[in-house]
Design a protein around this ligand. Structure first.
Ligand SMILES: *[C@@H]1O[C@H](CO)[C@@H](O)[C@H](O)[C@H]1NC(C)=O
Ligand SMILES: *[C@@H]1O[C@H](CO)[C@@H](O)[C@H](O)[C@H]1NC(C)=O
Ligand SMILES: *[C@@H]1O[C@H](CO)[C@@H](O)[C@H](O)[C@H]1NC(C)=O
Length: 656
């Protein structure tokens, strides 16, 4: 089914090759990473051509992805804005440490990364039919701080490595001819005594921490907009067909907003109006609900003055409620057992940036094939197209806030904590319209978690920003009773909603959802051709608590571990879990697939059976029928619609 949105994205302007003016552009060459994927040498020099912002789509846009130029810099260089070719070609989007960037900044003798400051430059022409419009530049992500200059003038600044940002550059543009773009990036990962939200990045990759990623690692594009335009669009659909919309205006002046909602066959099913910068409601009668089994999406068109954008939503309700005496997560009113892998989203060739959309979706297809209905996006934020793919394919997302560095010797200061809070707010604000995201995670295993339960303040902040989802305040370790989950981490065997537990977990709290935020993680070594070829990294493969001699034994162990979870769902109060993990990453060898995505360790039939058994156990405790067993609601709906079919077609055919 081709959605309106996909059709629009497909029709968008063909991309112009940009940056070709610099001599360094011809010198771009993908570097040889410590491990390749099937995509490494197929990316070419025109990466990520898909429309990058699926929830706020404008017909006209121009990608600035492609070959730019780069140089290493120092702090004081911020005041010397460079112009022209910086001598080294770099592919955007990608971080300078990645092979796909063409730079792959070297590590020092100790194996440490060292680039803190960088300059990036490119040029662009503004299409002639945009001359009447304002122009906005959009960055998918730049780690950690980006200062953006257009034709030598500072146009904007952004702090935070994970979320998208936009800058109105109209007043700096030349009316005719080429414009010069220069971006100064500062990334203090593990440096300058600054504690920031880094997720798994470290300058000293080892065991469960990985190569850092600095620079512009998200897609960059420009677009023409009317002076008053929609800067951000919040949409949220519930199971009763209530669609709540808020169009944030670029100028803060309230003005009318008009909305049409389209069903998957592109018929208008509802229309409504409201005022910008305020919530308003449009009602859709009897919507096809969104769930992992039936990921129905509805396209939306929004008109605000001269601005017209497309978006989409799914109608579903996520809550906490009691089923047969146990507090459960509910999807569309039913206890829904979510089961997914820990998903790091790292790539041997692109690090934080997947080599391309096909590669990114490949991981999700593996998960769907095995019957997972969820993915825990682990202390990383993905490109928007990842969440769009989860919305379309039907995978719930448990979205982690990327942790600050887990250094017990340096706890975050007050101001670092404030910055973390600001970044958490940004994460929620920029992602709260994806229907697949069902839970926000604030802290992982105490990493960067100050003493005295800072989550007591953060839970209400997230709740106010987004009352439509569950909050997992702490996944693993220091739980003080906040949020909707009691989440235990226990390797390899689960302890999920059980009357037994191990330190540092606390006893299961029946007032909240019993959840196994991490378990499994058994490893098995593989041959050198699938290993991240950094000696320090593969020397530490055996730091995980369990290495299985063969893939067969690894599958057998996984079966025992999943069966233990099934037993805890059946007998106790376990409401879901996260198996570690989708892929190997650098020094970790515990993936369903290897880091290069070329070797599948899993026995598909066994995993499908074991995962289905979890859903069946939940169904026996009053849960939804998930997976191959058809839900009674769906069956009833199909029965009704077949009656309708008989009525309208058969009876008519019989001459009634
Ligand atoms: C980058 O520049 C800094 C300061 O000039 C220097 O210390 C560092 O070694 C350089 N790094 C690389 C990879 O050239
Ligand atoms: C894992 O396999 C690689 C390649 O065969 C080998 O070099 C390495 O020593 C092995 N590591 C362990 C811990 O067995
Ligand atoms: C891991 O393997 C290396 C050799 O590959 C060995 O030197 C080291 O002692 C092992 N560590 C553990 C914890 O077994």
């Amino acid at each position: 089914m081709l959605s309106l949105l996909a059709a629009v994205a497909g029709l968008a302007l063909p991309q112009l090759a940009l940056g070709g003016e610099y001599s360094s552009a011809s010198s771009y060459k993908v570097q040889t990473p410590p491990l390749t994927t099937d995509w490494t040498y197929n990316v070419g020099t025109d990466p990520w051509t898909e429309y990058p912002r699926p929830q706020l789509v404008r017909d006209r846009w121009q990608s600035l992805n492609g070959i730019w130029s780069y140089k290493n810099a120092s702090a004081s260089d911020l005041h010397r804005v460079p112009s022209g070719d910086l001598g080294q070609a770099i592919m955007i989007p990608s971080c300078i440490e990645s092979a796909l960037s063409g730079v792959m900044t070297p590590l020092d003798e100790q194996g440490n990364g060292n680039v803190k400051y960088s300059w990036f430059t490119t040029t662009f022409d503004v299409p002639s039919d945009w001359k009447e419009d304002d122009v906005v530049i959009n960055f998918g992500a730049a780690d950690w701080e980006a200062t953006v200059f257009v034709n030598g003038k500072e146009a904007g600044f952004h702090r935070g490595g994970w979320t998208r940002f936009s800058i109105d550059i109209t007043k700096h543009l030349k009316k005719h001819g080429q414009n010069e773009l220069a971006v100064f990036v500062y990334d203090p990962t593990d440096s300058d005594e600054i504690v920031i939200s880094v997720g798994k990045q470290t300058l000293r990759p080892d065991h469960i921490f990985y190569t850092p990623c600095s620079g512009i690692w998200g897609s960059v594009f420009i677009e023409p907009v009317p002076k008053a335009h929609i800067a951000q669009l919040d949409v949220s659909g519930d199971m009763h067909g209530k669609l709540t919309i808020k169009a944030h205006s670029s100028n803060g002046k309230s003005a009318p907003v008009h909305v049409h909602v389209y069903d998957p066959s592109n018929n208008i099913v509802a229309s409504g109006s409201g005022t910008s910068d305020e919530d308003f409601v449009v009602r859709v009668g009897n919507p096809d609900l969104w769930s992992p089994e039936h990921p129905h999406l509805y396209d939306i068109k929004v008109k605000f003055g001269d601005d017209e954008v497309k978006s989409y939503t799914g109608f579903r309700t996520i809550e906490k409620g009691e089923v047969e005496g146990v507090v459960r997560p509910l999807l569309n009113g039913e206890f829904y057992l979510a089961f997914g892998p820990l998903d790091q989203g790292y790539w041997p060739d692109g690090l934080l940036t997947p080599p391309n959309r096909e590669a990114m979706v490949y991981d999700l297809q593996v998960l769907k094939e095995l019957g997972f209905n969820m993915v825990r996006k682990h202390i990383k934020v993905e490109p928007d197209l990842f969440y769009r793919a989860c919305d379309e394919m039907g995978l719930l997302v448990m979205q982690d806030m990327p942790s600050m560095r887990p250094n017990i010797n340096k706890i975050p200061s007050e101001s670092e904590q404030e910055e973390f809070t600001r970044q958490l707010v940004k994460l929620v604000e920029t992602h709260k319209s994806f229907p697949s995201i069902y839970t926000w995670v604030i802290y992982n295993e105490g990493w960067g978690q100050r003493p005295n339960a800072p989550e007591s303040k953060l839970v209400p902040i997230v709740r106010e920003l987004d009352p439509t989802r569950l909050i997992n305040a702490v996944t693993g370790w220091h739980d003080s009773g906040y949020g909707d989950y009691h989440d235990n981490h226990h390797y390899s065997m689960p302890q999920c909603g059980t009357p037994f537990y191990s330190i540092p977990s606390s006893p299961y709290d029946p007032k909240r959802i019993g959840f196994q935020g991490e378990f499994g993680g058994v490893s098995t070594n593989t041959s050198m051709e699938h290993i991240w070829n950094v000696p320090k990294s593969f020397a530490n493969i055996n730091m995980t608590y369990e290495i299985d001699e063969t893939i067969e034994v690894w599958n057998e162990r996984a079966h025992e571990i999943l069966d233990a979870l099934r037993d805890q769902i059946q007998r106790y109060s376990c409401s879901g879990g996260v198996y570690t993990q989708t892929t190997d990453v650098e020094g970790e060898m515990n993936g369903l697939i290897t880091y290069d995505r070329r070797l599948k360790r899993y026995d598909p039939a066994q995993w499908q059976r074991d995962i289905q058994a979890l859903y069946d156990a939940a169904a026996s405790r009053g849960g939804a029928r998930i997976g191959s067993s058809r839900s009674p609601i769906t069956a009833a709906k199909q029965w009704v619609s077949s009656l309708w079919y008989i009525n309208t077609h058969v009876l008519r055919g019989l001459g009634f």
